[in-house]
Design a protein around this ligand. Structure first.
Ligand code: GTP
Length: 373
């Protein structure tokens, strides 16, 4: 395919992904790296279109502008990957990279004679190795953080591939004075095709990664109680049902904080929230220690599922929970708080519904006794 056609296609690809990413900036589920990525793609889109025009018309200064925009676009892309992976590359380094690349290229442009020539190809190839290496570094960090995701791998492969291509192209161009972009050479066509694949891979990899990330966040949010950070009722029941299906023996405890309304009334709703968070954290610690399952069932009512039947070990766990909750609330409010509970084991009922119903009745009895005291 004609090299100018490939360049135009590359520009259009960058434009498409840039436009889409730009629209995603205002999406609250998006990542802040989206802005740098969108800018990078749009800058590269403009640069490739200008480059195609410059080569077509033999316009030297337009070719210079297009090349400078490519450097800026590549460094902006490094910035987006750096933000996405929190890779720790300093902002000053990225700015310096862009400024040095543009300055060196401009100097060679004016000293290497008119028209496209091999010096310019060597210069641009060498200068592009640095941003691609920095991108590879940041994307490697991203891959380490998300080893199960295919998208960081795609990004890493296309950026490493084009960086390697630049490394190979530089000595090839240096050894051949006739090595110019407008000459229909296989290496040039292959390089531009690789650039097209890079544009495609970057767009698919970046947008795919953001989509995967936002899906995961939504999934977590749908299952987690926003205040306490433990599972919500719906997900708690789902996981408990799954344990029934596998035939696991367990005991379900319903816990309801006593006199909670008085905390709200006396100290305010924010303090009430903090007590709930604190209780949620205590339960989560138990979940981690005992491979249990905990959830907020609503208001100041919580569920804890412990493996096995009611036993001395369960009593010890509940006792520890009571003690920790009393100590923490005593410290915070100057009065120890407690909770009532009702329990039912999986061998005393045939369905989750019945287990929960029994536990609820026993909790109700416990509350009733507390009220009549
Ligand atoms: N701060 C806060 N309060 C909540 C939340 N959800 C429910 N509540 C409050 O929890 C209180 C529950 O009141 P009650 O059902 O009377 O419970 P209680 O005061 O603990 O009484 P007993 O259970 O009988 O000991 C109500 O005042 C609700 O407004 C929440 O997310 N945050």
């Amino acid at each position: 395919m004609d090299i100018i056609t490939i360049i135009v296609l590359t520009g259009l690809t960058n434009f498409t992904f840039g436009f889409y990413s730009w629209q995603q900036i205002s999406n609250p589920e998006s990542h802040y790296a989206c802005k740098a990525f969108a800018l990078a793609q749009l800058i590269k889109a403009v640069s490739f279109i200008l480059y195609a025009i410059a080569l077509y018309q033999g316009h030297d200064h337009l070719r210079l502008i297009a090349n400078l925009l490519i450097f800026i676009g590549c460094w902006a892309e490094v910035r987006s990957y750096n933000q996405l992976a929190s890779a720790g590359l300093k902002s000053g380094f990225l700015w310096a990279g862009a400024i040095v690349s543009c300055s060196v290229f401009t100097w060679f442009h004016f000293t290497s004679g008119d028209g496209p020539n091999n010096t310019m190809i060597v210069t641009s190839s060498v200068l592009l190795v640095l941003p691609f290496s920095a991108s590879v570094y940041a994307l490697y960090q991203l891959l380490k953080q998300h080893p199960a995701s295919v998208f960081p791998r795609v990004l890493l492969i296309v950026n490493a591939m084009i960086g390697l291509f630049c490394l190979i192209r530089a000595p090839l161009a240096a050894s051949d004075a006739a090595f110019i972009m407008t000459r229909p050479m296989l290496v040039n066509q292959a390089f531009m095709f690789a650039t097209f694949i890079l544009g495609l891979g970057n767009g698919i990899g970046f947008i795919g990664f953001l989509k995967e990330r936002s899906d995961e966040r939504l999934r977590v949010r749908a299952n987690i109680d926003y205040l306490t950070g433990i599972y919500n009722r719906h997900y708690f029941e789902q996981l408990a049902e799954a344990r029934i299906q596998t035939g696991e023996d367990f005991t379900l405890y319903f816990l309801d904080i006593d006199k909670f309304k008085a905390v709200n009334d006396r100290y305010g709703h924010a303090t009430g929230d903090e007590v709930l968070r604190l209780f949620g954290k205590l339960l989560r610690d138990q979940q981690e220690r005992h491979n249990g399952l905990v959830g907020r069932l609503g208001g100041e009512e919580f569920g804890i599922l412990l493996q096995g039947h009611n036993s001395a070990s369960h009593d010890a766990i509940i006792q520890q929970l009571r003690q920790d909750f009393a100590d923490l609330t005593d410290n915070k409010l100057g009065q120890p708080m407690s909770f009532s509970l009702g329990a039912c084991s999986s061998c005393d009922a045939s369905s989750l519904h019945d287990i929960m119903h029994n536990a609820d009745l026993l909790l109700y009895d416990a509350k009733h006794q507390l009220g009549s005291r």
